[in-house]
Design a protein around this ligand. Structure first.
Ligand SMILES: Cc1ncc(C[n+]2csc(CCOP(=O)(O)OP(=O)(O)O)c2C)c(N)n1
Length: 675
């Protein structure tokens, strides 16, 4: 257990007099900086303030227990003093306050107080409460499994401990005994909601359920926080696992400049806490210990004031942010090489798609020892519910192929952290239908990380997930999810239809610096067989494959429907209808040149997908054709999709009626050819 004896003697805590004075200086710096930002806000020069005032003791006490040369931290928006104590400069902070292009954290793209400093191992965060916790787990897991010495500190307010991501991360950290410290700065309110409406019992008590110690500490006493934090860091360094620290503190101003705190708390309450001001508490200790006289106090105050004035000036004079465009992707793919010939058959042993994926994962793991794969039932002996990962744990160890708890937000967020700490993560989501608890992590974190930090951090995460219907999977094991994810800038989305493409796209995804979602049509896992090249075989992301060439119409499809379209095209030949089949393979980025070439060839396009029609991905293809190639069309663009029902029913007789079929494609193609 963590000792909470509230040591009030700095030398007993191992702190030198200089360190103690430095703590005081950092706390004062944060407070004065805060006051200056409020003043700028009143002058109308900065639109938004998140105040630290009141939290300085907690934050400086925590930071002093960490070593930024090896430890990692994931501070939250209120952690001004923490960041200053870790080594960020006031100028860095004011550049963010003024949203300048040289703001090192966000380049003017996020609101202020969204910290990021790779040189200090401070990881970026978004505005979404609690998404940082799975990232902390990923970083800690990567540090631990790659033998790096650091520990991870992740902080939040007490309100954040109601979010699912917090609980999923606490659970994973406890299960894996990760070197993490969860620091909760309990200032009694989540905006206006008092703690008793957020938490039954106390925050610290929540730790018990996750197999870690939880302690409460006076957050206004910097020495007490430092003591508890140091013990937690020591515990983590010794391999004994995570800790939860609940630091009781208070914020003196409203939640942000947009909040009016008078409606939910009294002036008397604020005044009561003002008397326990962490800066006063430390000052009193310093004076009583004869470490701070009037002269030194004045010197510190003057130094802090000058430092802030210089920082404001520097930030004020810095160039405005102009670049809104770059760093959406690390590797921008602009398809420019249209498919004109039928894609040649690869050479190699004939395999089905699932065997090809499994063999490819083994090959990738051999090639790159920084790869890891994780998800529900992924580890051996099961090796995944579809057996895609069989043998990886046995061969490469449980650090690289492991089961996670049933927690999709955690699985995706873990990948963000593993990638940040230098790993090459592959997340498996057991079924695409169950990816939605992780949607926020994909949308808000995975896809935006590079953009929001202007390229200082990235998420090279591969997300593999079996998807689609036609296998009696019913409403919750059949869904098409591509339209949701194709809509997200920052993400790449691919859908293979052959075993060789499943292998080749996987290789390319793992080597790509950007997040790539691979939607594996599970109907094809065993249905689709074909030759697969040995070893590294790469299929470029953003490149469609022409499967058949014909002059009467073009069928554009992907996944299972591309497989069906090839069969349909072959059967249509008996009716003297020649259809081109363009298998998109990548839906973001989209191989527009190949689509355009196909439209020009025969002027008739049939788009086929399993998903429903309304706002499905086919709508995007059709819109682009109409926008850019209308003059080449000889007939309206057609779409053949499933009807507007919430996915395929379980009963065979029902599913057969609604699952797009080869016969259905033939019928649509025949009608279009005759137009
Ligand atoms: C997922 C999510 N829900 C709601 C919000 C809006 N919001 C921003 S801060 C906040 C309160 C957070 O309170 P707490 O975690 O206690 O931290 P504090 O601000 O008190 O330091 C809320 C509800 C958000 N940013 N993200």
């Amino acid at each position: 257990m963590l000792e909470l004896d509230n040591v009030r003697d700095h030398s007993a805590l191992g702190l030198s007099e200089d360190q103690l004075i430095d703590m005081y200086r950092k706390m004062l710096l944060a407070r004065k900086l805060d006051e200056r930002v409020w003043a700028l806000n009143r002058q109308g020069r900065v639109p938004f303030v998140v105040s630290v005032a009141g939290h300085e003791g907690t934050q400086v006490g925590a930071a002093f227990a960490l070593d930024p040369t090896k430890d990692w931290s994931l501070p939250y928006y209120r952690d001004v003093a923490f960041n200053l104590a870790m080594g960020s400069t006031p100028a860095d902070l004011f550049l963010a306050v003024f949203a300048k292009g040289t703001d090192p954290a966000n380049a003017g793209r996020q609101m202020p107080n969204h910290w990021s400093e790779p040189d200090l191992n401070i990881f970026s965060h978004s505005s979404v409460i609690a998404t940082q916790f799975p990232h902390a787990c990923g970083i800690a897991h990567q540090l631990k499994t790659s033998g790096q010495p650091g520990v991870v500190m992740v902080s939040s307010g007490e309100g954040a401990t109601s979010e699912g991501d917090w609980h999923e991360a606490m659970n994973f950290a406890g299960v894996h005994k990760l070197p993490i410290i969860f620091l909760v700065e309990n200032n009694l309110y989540a905006i206006s909601t008092p703690t008793k409406q957020e938490v039954a019992g106390t925050v610290a008590e929540r730790a018990v359920g996750y197999g870690m110690p939880g302690v409460v500490v006076d957050g206004n006493d910097v020495l007490a926080v430092y003591g508890v934090m140091s013990a937690a860091v020591q515990r983590a360094r010794a391999g004994e696992g995570p800790s939860l620290i609940e630091a009781k503190t208070y914020r003196y101003y409203a939640h942000t400049s947009d909040d009016d705190d008078k409606v939910y708390r009294s002036a008397e309450e604020v005044e009561l806490w003002r008397r326990k001001d962490p800066i006063l508490v430390l000052k009193q200790y310093l004076v009583e210990s004869r470490l701070l006289g009037e002269e030194l106090e004045l010197e510190i105050e003057t130094g802090v004031t000058n430092e802030i004035a210089a920082a404001v000036k520097e930030a004020d004079e810095a160039p405005e942010a102009l670049d809104w465009e770059t760093n959406v992707y690390g590797k921008v793919i602009v398809p420019n090489d249209p498919a004109t010939e039928v894609e040649p058959e690869p050479v190699g042993e004939s395999l089905n798609m699932i065997t090809s994926i499994n063999r490819t994962l083994h090959n990738i793991f051999e090639e790159y020892d920084d790869t890891s794969i994780f998800g529900e039932d992924v580890g051996d002996p099961k090796g995944g519910v579809f057996k895609a990962t069989v043998g990886l744990t046995d061969k490469f160890g449980a650090n690289r192929s492991f089961n996670t708890p049933l927690a999709e937000a955690l699985i995706i967020g873990l990948g963000v952290g593993i990638g940040a700490a230098g790993g090459r993560p592959i997340a498996e989501i057991q079924f695409a239908d169950f990816i939605h608890p992780g949607f926020d992590q994909i949308l808000s974190e995975v896809a935006k990380l590079r953009y929001r930090t202007n390229g200082r951090w990235a998420s090279p995460l591969v997300i593999r997930t079996p998807y689609g219907g036609g296998i009696h999977g019913a409403l919750y094991h059949s869904q098409s999810i591509e339209a949701f994810y194709a809509h997200i800038p920052g993400l790449k989305v691919v859908v293979p239809s052959t075993p060789a493409d499943a292998a080749g796209l996987l290789w390319s995804a793992v080597e790509d610096p950007d997040p790539v979602m691979i939607l594996e049509p599970k109907k094809l896992y065993r249905l689709s067989t074909g030759p697969c090249p040995e070893g590294a075989h790469r299929v470029p992301i953003g490149k469609a494959a022409l499967r058949r060439i014909g002059d009467d119409l073009t069928i554009i499809a992907y996944g299972t429907m591309a497989h069906f379209a090839v069969e349909a095209a072959d059967r249509l030949l008996t009716e003297d209808i020649e259809a081109s089949v363009l298998d998109l393979r990548s839906i973001r980025p989209l191989d527009w040149p190949s689509i355009e070439r196909a439209v020009r060839r025969n002027g008739k396009v049939l788009i086929v997908h399993e998903d429903t029609k309304f706002a499905g991905f086919g709508a995007e293809i059709a819109a682009q054709i109409v926008e850019k190639s209308l003059d080449w069309l000889d007939a309206p663009v057609r779409r053949y999709c499933s009807p507007e029902i919430p996915t395929f029913p379980y009963s065979s007789t029902l599913e057969e009626q609604v699952f797009p079929s080869v016969d259905g494609i033939i019928e649509e193609a025949r009608s279009l050819a005759a137009y």
